[in-house]
Design a binder for this molecule. Structure first.
Ligand SMILES: Nc1ncnc2c1ncn2[C@@H]1O[C@H](COP(=O)(O)OP(=O)(O)OP(=O)(O)O)[C@@H](O)[C@H]1O
Ligand SMILES: [Zn+2]
Length: 887
């Protein structure tokens, strides 16, 4: 295997990196924290993905802080093919969560897998090592230089076995063993089944299925014969039963016919007797009608004699009397309508009189109301006049107050101007006063100073005598001026007091003026009210006059109406007398008309009764004819009855019934016997089927037994094959292991001698159990854990180198081809100068045995000097991004 190219984005301190690897020794150098280890780790993660993370790390730790995605692309060569693995990551910097989103495995540019676990498997099988084996052999991580030495022999054995592919042999042995165990299980199974099958066969043979089948078949034939003879008998019984049944049904038919004829005779006799009853009722009806007819006739002749008319001409008289009645009725109606008109007239006139009275009353009430209103207006007017007088008094009082203040009424008109003038004066006085006061205080201050100077006698500044100087003179003048100003001030203050008194007077005069104005306004409005009252009284007087004339008119028309009422009442009396006489006349006519009508009606009814009597007689004749028809029919039916009785006499019913019962019982017995036989036959057939099944099963079982026995033979052969295979794999592994151990032991001692430059130890042994022991010069044995840190690092390098040698021997066909690179992170930390030199030699030796690529992280100058290529790693102090320069 040969690394070709590493390209990363956002891995640890690398934002971007694209690096080509060459064969030979490459040393990676740089200061602490520049990104050297990260480079090797990136290769490791590129190969095995997230499996390379130690326990305390998560995926997001290897992604540059703050980046949301990252990438590692690793290209390498193996056995003449170009491979590449591309691992893509996604990261959530805030949550610190990352995932491996893509893992593409390519061979010669062609995608083989694109899924993480598939890619992982492909890599491990291609390199023949997983990430653990890679760390034990290929890649010595920083601080892990003594891992192989420190581990327990058992783990060491496993590591070395894995590296040398001995694990595969164990795997094969295990497979052979589990195959053997499986076959053994099948064998036991098979034997158990053979045993069981044998027992089953024995059991079935004991039950003799063929013998059973023969007996059952004979019985089946017998049953068939018995059934067919019974069937014949049953047919005979059935024909006898049919015969008897036929005769019995004939007999019952005759009896029902007889019953029907008897019923008919009874019905005919009933109808005959009902006909006689109707004839009786009809005769009775005819008699009663004849009596009514007699009564009607005598009433007609009575009316004839009363009105002396002939009943034959009744229609003519009725018409004449109708005519007369109509004319009397018309007259009566005319009189009545006249009476009604007169009555209505009386009623209306009475109502009109009452209306007039009501109106008169209403007008009178209205007048009273208006009069009382006039009264109240008068009272109001008096009140207004009183108020005017009162206000007049108030005005006079105010006028006298004004003149006492020294103002005339005319002067009051421009009182506001006067007040303005006085106010101005007041302001002026005030200004003068403050001016005077300032002047006085200035003067007083000057005077005080001069007086003090004069008392001291000398000028404090020039020291001149002051007596008799200008100072003395000015002091005297100032004194005089002060007296004058003070008297001016007191004069001014007197004037101010006077002006204030004047202002007071003007203000009270002004308030008097507004009082007078108010009084005059009041008087005016009272006078207006009085005028309004007078107008209202005048209007009320007009209305009263109007009411009076209207009352007069109403009374006049009422008198006229009363006179008319008298006249109408006399007229109505006359009409009533007339009505009475017409009514009497009408009653006489009505009575005559009633009698005539009665007669007419009696005549019509008599005709009707006569025709009814005739119809009834016809009916009686018809009924009598029907009665003779009934008699003839009854005779016929009686003859039929006698015939039927004769036919019935020919049958013996009892005997027929006994026979029927007997035949039916026989039929039932035969049927149940047949059924029983059929059931038996079903049973027999079922048993025969079972026997046949048993026979077939027996032969199947015998066949099965042969198959099982053959299988048993086969399994025995396979079992012994598996056994052989298992022991063979075990043997081979033991042989290989011991030969490996021997070779490794030799190689370790060879390389140790080559590498070790101190003089303490003589040799090293690796025994069959992978125990590693170091011997001192005097033969004392030491376990590796007792060695110093540097010694352990040395031995580890020796052991690894020996393993590479062994691997190189294993693939002896193409010496060295396919050996993995050797990658070391800071291998010199524990080594002294001399051993660093030996390490350089060891590296050379590794190249010689065919390790084509060696990658070392180190600061050691001599290592750097001996390298084929140098990578200088630097980290930008500002951006914290690492970069690599090839040197
Ligand atoms: N996830 C990350 N994001 C950004 N920077 C990181 C991340 N993880 C580690 N680093 C930085 O990467 C730098 C390189 O670390 P690395 O172990 O490669 O240094 P080194 O060159 O091997 O140093 P030494 O000589 O001390 O072993 C460290 O300084 C660290 O701050
Ligand atoms: Zn480091």
């Amino acid at each position: 295997m040969m690394l070709k190219r590493l390209k990363v984005e956002n891995i640890r301190s690398y934002k971007e990196l694209d690096l080509s690897f060459k064969d030979g020794v490459t040393v990676v150098s740089g200061v602490n924290g520049s990104g050297k280890s990260s480079l090797l780790e990136a290769c490791f993660t590129g190969l095995f993905g997230s499996k390379t993370l130690d326990k305390e790390f998560v995926l997001s730790d290897i992604i540059t802080k703050g980046a949301s995605k990252a990438l590692i692309l690793l290209e390498f060569e193996q056995n003449g093919h170009a491979y590449s693995i591309e691992q893509s990551f996604r990261n959530d910097p805030e949550k610190g969560r990352a995932s491996n989103t893509k893992s593409v495995f390519k061979r010669d540019g062609e995608i083989i897998f694109d899924q993480a676990s598939r890619t992982y498997e492909a890599v491990t099988s291609l390199l023949n090592m997983n990430e653990e084996a890679y760390r034990n052999c290929v890649y010595i991580r920083q601080g892990e230089i003594d891992v192989l030495i420190n581990s327990r022999p058992k783990d060491r054995q496993k590591m070395i076995d894995d590296l040398l592919q001995l694990g595969k042999l164990e795997e094969y042995r295990e497979r052979a063993s589990s195959a053997r165990v499986g076959v053994g299980r099948h064998q036991r199974d098979n034997e158990r089944r053979v045993k069981e099958l044998n027992a089953d066969i024995q059991l079935l043979e004991d039950s003799d299925p063929s013998g059973r089948l023969a007996t059952l078949r004979t019985r089946s034939l017998q049953i068939d014969e018995e059934v067919s003879s019974l069937n014949e008998k049953r047919d005979q019984a059935r024909s006898l039963i049919d015969e008897v049944a036929k005769k019995l049904s004939e007999l019952s038919e005759l009896s029902s016919k007889k019953e029907a004829v008897q019923q008919q005779i009874k019905e005919l006799t009933d109808r005959k007797s009902r006909s006689f009853t109707s004839i009786d009722t009809l005769s009775k009806d005819i008699r009663s009608r004849r009596e009514v007819l007699e009564l009607k006739k005598s009433r007609v002749s009575e009316i004839e004699s009363k009105l002396s008319v002939d009943s034959k001409e009744s229609d003519f008289f009725v018409a004449k009397m109708d005519e007369e009645e109509r004319s009397v009725r018309d007259r009566l109606a005319e009189v009545k309508s006249r009476k009604a008109v007169a009555e209505k007239d009386i009623l209306n006139t009475g109502q009109s009189i009452k209306d007039a009275e009501k109106q008169v009353k209403a007008l009178e009430d209205g007048m009273k109301d208006i009069e009382s209103r006039i009264e109240s207006v008068h009272t109001e007017t008096k009140e207004h006049k009183l108020k005017i007088a009162e206000r007049e008094n108030t005005r006079k009082e105010i006028v006298s107050k004004v003149s006492s203040l020294g103002f005339s009424l005319e002067k009051l008109e421009n009182i506001d101007d006067v007040l303005d003038l006085v106010n101005d004066q007041q302001k002026r006085f005030h200004g003068l006063e403050s001016e005077l006061k300032v002047k006085i205080s200035e003067l007083k201050f000057r005077l005080e100073n001069s007086k003090k100077l004069l008392e001291a006698g000398k000028c404090p500044t020039c020291g001149q005598e002051l007596k008799g100087s200008c100072v003395e003179q000015s002091t005297i003048e100032d004194d005089e001026a002060l007296v004058k100003l003070e008297s001016e001030l007191s004069e001014l203050q007197v004037k101010q007091t006077e002006t204030e008194a004047r202002v007071e007077k003007i203000k009270s005069a002004r308030s008097c003026k507004s009082d007078i104005d108010a009084v005059l306004r009041d008087i005016g409005s009272e006078k207006e009210a009085i005028e309004r009252d007078e107008k209202r009284v005048e209007e009320y007087g007009l209305r009263i006059n109007d009411y009076k004339s209207r009352i007069h008119e109403l009374l006049d028309s009422k008198e006229l109406l009363e006179k008319a009422l008298e006249g109408t009442k006399a007229g109505i009396q006359q009409i009533k007398q007339n009505e009475d006489s017409v009514q009497k006349e009408h009653a006489v006519v009505l009575e005559k008309l009633g009698l005539l009508r009665e007669m007419q009606k009696a005549l019509v009814e008599s005709d009707k009764i006569n025709s009814e009597i005739m119809q009834m007689n016809d009916k009686i004749k018809g009924i009598q004819e029907m009665v003779s028809l009934f008699d003839a029919q009854i005779g016929e039916k009686k003859e039929l009855l006698a015939e039927i009785d004769k036919s019935i006499g020919e049958f013996d019913k009892k005997e027929l019934e006994v026979l029927s019962k007997k035949y039916n019982t026989a039929f039932g017995n035969i049927n149940s016997m047949i059924d029983k036989l059929k059931l038996e036959k079903d049973e027999v057939m079922k048993k025969a089927g079972m026997a046949e099944n048993d026979r077939k099963r027996l032969s199947d079982m015998k066949k099965g037994l042969t198959v099982l026995q053959n299988k048993g033979d086969f399994l025995r052969a396979v079992y012994s094959d598996a056994e052989n295979l298992e022991s063979m794999y075990m043997r081979i592994r033991a042989q290989l292991r011991s030969s490996n151990i021997q070779t490794l032991d030799t190689l370790i001692n060879e390389i140790f001698t080559f590498m070790y430059s101190n003089n303490a130890y003589s040799h090293v042994t690796l025994d069959a159990d992978y125990n590693l022991t170091v011997f001192e010069k005097d033969g004392t044995a030491l376990e590796p854990k007792l060695l110093s840190g540097g010694e352990r690092a040395l031995f580890n390098l020796v052991l690894r180198c020996a393993i590479y040698r062994l691997l190189s021997l294993g693939s002896s066909t193409h010496a060295g081809e396919g050996l993995p690179p050797l990658i070391m992170d800071e291998p010199t930390v524990f080594l002294d100068r001399g051993h660093v030199h030996q390490l350089i030699k060891l590296v050379d030796m590794m190249r010689e045995i065919g390790v084509a690529q060696i990658l070392i992280v180190s600061h050691d100058e001599s290592l750097i000097d001996s390298a084929d290529h140098v990578f200088a790693v630097e980290k930008d102090p500002i951006t914290n991004n690492s970069a690599i320069f090839a040197r």
